[in-house]
Ligand binder design. Structure first.
Ligand code: ZN
Length: 165
């Protein structure tokens, strides 16, 4: 049963930047389970896995455009502290996340992360931490099965490696 839309895929993986810096990897015996074809993983990796079978090993290089997007300098902002609501100001530490409108694309909500607070200035970024990175994936397909009707209606995997509810 090769991978196609609505296949539940279990895969072990390792992903590194073009410079060879490890970004993430699955732990031995604990593969990632996901529903294929519904955008749960980045588009470039989804393409590379199409038609693959259990036991296949795949090396895929994914460009920013098919990964986490290009780095958008317009989303790296320095804001005055008083641009934030009073009760939010105390919570502004590196790693604090909030939603805000894209500075140039009206109506588009972007998740921002606080990077630094310096006096009354706050450095924030709406770029994904991996934006602008070319990523190299090493994947091995561990198991495949068709998704159940219930999984398809929920849009995610149930049972081992998935949602329990
Ligand atoms: Zn569910």
């Amino acid at each position: 049963m090769p991978i196609s839309k609505n296949t539940v895929v279990a895969m072990s993986y390792r992903v590194a930047t073009a410079d060879g810096e490890l970004v993430d990897q699955s732990q031995p015996g604990d593969p990632l389970h996901f529903l294929y074809g519904v955008g749960q993983i980045i588009p470039g990796l989804e393409k590379a896995l199409a038609g693959k079978n259990v036991g296949d090993k795949i090396n895929a290089t994914v460009s920013p455009a098919e990964g986490y997007g290009e780095h958008d300098p317009g989303l790296d902002l320095q804001l005055p502290l008083d641009a934030f609501p009073k009760d939010a100001q105390k919570q502004l530490k590196p790693g604090f996340r909030f939603m805000a409108e894209h500075p140039t694309q009206e109506g588009q909500q972007v998740p921002f992360t606080v990077h630094q607070v310096e006096g009354d200035q706050v450095l924030v970024s709406g770029n994904h931490p991996l934006a602008g990175q070319t990523l190299n994936f090493q994947v091995e397909i561990v198991s495949l099965r068709p998704a159940s009707a219930e999984e398809l209606s929920h849009g995610h995997v149930h049972g081992p490696g998935g949602h329990h509810h």
